[in-house]
Design a protein around this ligand. Structure first.
Ligand code: TXA
Ligand code: MG
Length: 322
């Protein structure tokens, strides 16, 4: 039986005990909902992979309540510390070298010398993290290959019967997975684009971060190689001319042709942040309406647009489209 729980102090206390006992809990974050479990416990980590049907070579992100707790497991360079101090809690994941005392399960890190870590920005999950004495590994709370969930009902739809508890924290504000940056060596590299861009990081901390993991020796986030973010129907990208019968995912002030019943706009004012926060939510809605294909208007490849386009390209290419 899977239950959605409403926030209260008692709920947090209860879920902290469940996590201590090795249960999994779907938790809200500002990016997407995560399927959380004790990062230090191999058996718990195995349960997460099993519930999601996630490929075992795809490592997980460990979530902490603050930098000091994360320092128990990984080594921060001075620059990583500056970036973390500015952006945490927030939608940014850092890949850092494990320290010699690192207790994160090797199954979660796939035996790598590095670990991906972040402090999520959601009051309920931060409260939960503070009540336990271990970090939580949490991949997106959905069956691998399907759309990431941005509310508790979408988690329920994807994982009902496979997990016991979902903590309802409302709609994920950012709506898109965190930016992942490898800061384990002297060159900081974006492994997965997201809400926080290289330009933001330079403006705020004067630390240079490079795009293009594929041009370097450092592998891209392994998870980027797996099919992802796919709605159940095909997507046709960068088109201003939807065909009859297609649903339209619009961006900016759109000239909708006559007779279109399924139109959702990512942002009428062409605001990329708003578009990012609506992306998965709108794809979920269109999928639920049972549309047979989705035409997507062009979205600029700048700033957060890079992350939005990356998700859309992945969704369009996904093998499991029907
Ligand atoms: O916003 C998010 O990051 C959400 C919420 C729940 O926190 N989580 C999330 O997790 O997106 P997931 O499992 O869907 O994506 C984790 C990504 C994968 O692409 C994985 O390959 C990468 O992180 N990753 C994990 N450890 C890594 C490492 N040591 N080196 C490089 N990439 C790593
Ligand atoms: Mg995911």
């Amino acid at each position: 039986m899977t239950e959605i729980l409403i926030y209260s102090t008692e709920t947090i206390e209860f879920l902290a005990k469940e996590l201590q006992n090795g249960e999994l809990v779907a938790i809200p974050t500002e990016t997407v909902y995560g399927l959380a479990g004790n990062a230090y416990d191999n058996e718990v980590v195995k349960k997460i992979y099993l519930a999601k049907n996630r490929p075992s070579q795809n490592p997980l992100i460990a979530h902490y309540h603050d930098i000091a707790q994360a320092q128990q497991d990984v080594l921060f360079t001075e620059e990583a510390l500056n970036v973390a101090a500015y952006y945490w809690p927030g939608p940014l994941t850092l890949v850092l070298s494990k320290n010699f005392k690192c207790k994160i399960s090797n199954i979660a890190t796939c035996g790598l010398a590095t670990a991906a870590i972040r402090v999520p920005n959601h009051p309920y999950s931060l409260e939960l993290l503070k009540r336990i004495d271990f970090p939580l590994v949490a991949p997106s709370a959905n069956i691998s290959g399907s759309l990431s969930p941005v509310n508790a009902e979408q988690v329920y739809k994807s994982l009902k019967g496979k997990i016991k508890w979902i903590l309802d924290g409302g709609k994920a504000i950012q709506g898109l997975e965190s930016t992942i940056i490898n800061m384990s060596s002297s060159t900081a590299i974006i492994l997965r684009p997201g809400i926080v861009t290289a330009e933001d990081i330079y403006d705020t901390t004067k630390i240079a971060v490079e795009y293009g993991a594929e041009k370097t020796q450092i592998a891209i986030a392994p998870g980027m190689n797996f099919p992802h973010y796919a709605p159940k129907c095909p997507l046709r990208l960068s088109t201003n001319n939807p065909k009859p019968g297609e649903a339209l995912l619009a961006f900016g002030p759109a000239n909708i042709p006559e007779g279109f019943s399924y139109v959702l706009n990512l942002s009428e004012s062409a605001d990329l942040k708003e578009a990012a926060s609506n992306l998965f939510a709108h794809l979920h809605t269109l999928e639920d309406m049972g549309v047979s294909s989705i035409a997507v208007m062009p979205i600029p490849h700048t700033g957060i647009g890079t992350a939005i386009n990356e998700k859309l390209i992945k969704a369009a290419e996904a093998k499991n489209n029907c």
